[in-house]
Design a protein around this ligand. Structure first.
Ligand code: C2E
Ligand code: MG
Ligand code: MG
Ligand code: MG
Length: 280
């Protein structure tokens, strides 16, 4: 039932609302001890260079091994943690775990790639956010060039000074920034004008529409060419089949991510190549 959460399709039916409120309360309460009880896990999904087929990144995606509900997807608890403020400590845990895992992959001798971490707007608005990121990188011993933060344009997103300052400071630190779910928000184009983001990730709804939908093709091709003209990298999200892949290659999209290549998996289930010479 928790799948409904966050989708705004409430039924005017008191039992349902009651259920909804109970779910929220249970989740919120459980979140308090989830970090210390080691209930969160990160799964990783590779990001593939479409020309060479190489893994150029891994996106960390959180799951919650809930004692009562089983494995929960982020949509089932991240919005609640954002409302309650718990996203701040969860976000730190994610950053620290993801950077540690990337360092581990590098030490195991795999060709290095970026670790992509999803960041809530709430985190990005924190005054000490960049210091937190810098401290984690330092503690883990990971070079900032191997970290990419994914930010979503959300309705909550306020165009504050703090946000702009943090984006500029992150850039200075050497951390790259991608806009996630590009094309679905309200402010995409004005944000592109104000900041130089490193990458855009085309929302998977457009990739889904490539097959059989002329508009899906047009929109995808337009975002790719916009990104190229603005000197940004471009990643297609949710690549599931050959038709999408060949269209993206034809349009010279840099990178792809999706079930076609791999589902998000625990770190130890990924079969990564080893490099001849270990450089890290
Ligand atoms: P996202 O960052 O856009 O992540 C991509 C989502 O698409 C993931 O869902 C992934 O499992 C799914 N996906 C990947 N390839 C395919 C495909 O080929 N087909 C389909 N249908 N889906 C695909 P997931 O893991 O459920 O995450 C949902 C969202 O939750 C993420 O969207 C992200 O916005 C948020 N999220 C995940 N982890 C974190 C986190 O650590 N912190 C924060 N703040 N948000 C997170
Ligand atoms: Mg993402
Ligand atoms: Mg996305
Ligand atoms: Mg998303």
């Amino acid at each position: 039932y928790s799948k409904r959460y966050g989708k705004n399709n409430y039924t005017i039916y008191s039992e349902e609302l009651d259920h909804e409120a109970n779910y929220k309360l249970t989740i919120e309460k459980g979140l308090k001890s989830a970090v210390t009880n080691n209930e969160f896990v990160l799964h990783y999904q590779p990001i593939i260079d479409l020309q060479t087929g190489e893994v150029i990144g891994m996106e960390a995606l959180i799951r919650w091994n809930h004692p009562q509900f089983g494995l929960l997807s982020p949509d089932q608890f991240i919005p609640i943690s954002e409302e309650s403020g718990q996203i701040i400590s969860i976000g730190k845990w994610v950053l620290s775990m993801a950077c540690t895992q990337n360092k581990k992959w590098q030490e195991e001798g795999h060709p290095p790639f970026k670790i992509a971490v999803n960041i809530s707007t709430i985190q990005l608005q924190q005054q000490n956010f960049v210091e937190t990121v810098a401290k984690i990188l330092e503690e883990v011993g990971l070079d900032s060039k191997w970290l990419e933060l994914e930010v979503t344009e959300s309705i909550l997103m306020e165009d504050t000074e703090q946000l702009k300052e943090n984006l500029a400071k992150l850039k200075k630190l050497g951390v790259s920034i991608a806009i996630d779910d590009f094309g679905t928000g309200y402010t995409s184009l004005s944000y592109l004008r104000q900041f130089s983001f490193d990458r855009v990730k085309i929302d998977r709804s457009f990739i889904n529409d490539i097959v059989g939908d002329k508009n899906g093709k047009t929109i995808t091709a337009t975002i790719i060419s916009l990104a190229q003209k603005l000197n940004m990298g471009v990643i297609a999200e949710g690549v599931e089949d050959d038709v999408q892949l060949s269209f993206l290659k034809k349009e010279k999209c840099d990178a792809g991510q999706g079930y076609y290549f791999s589902r998000p998996l625990p770190a130890d289930l990924h079969r990564l190549p080893r490099s001849e010479i270990t450089t890290v």
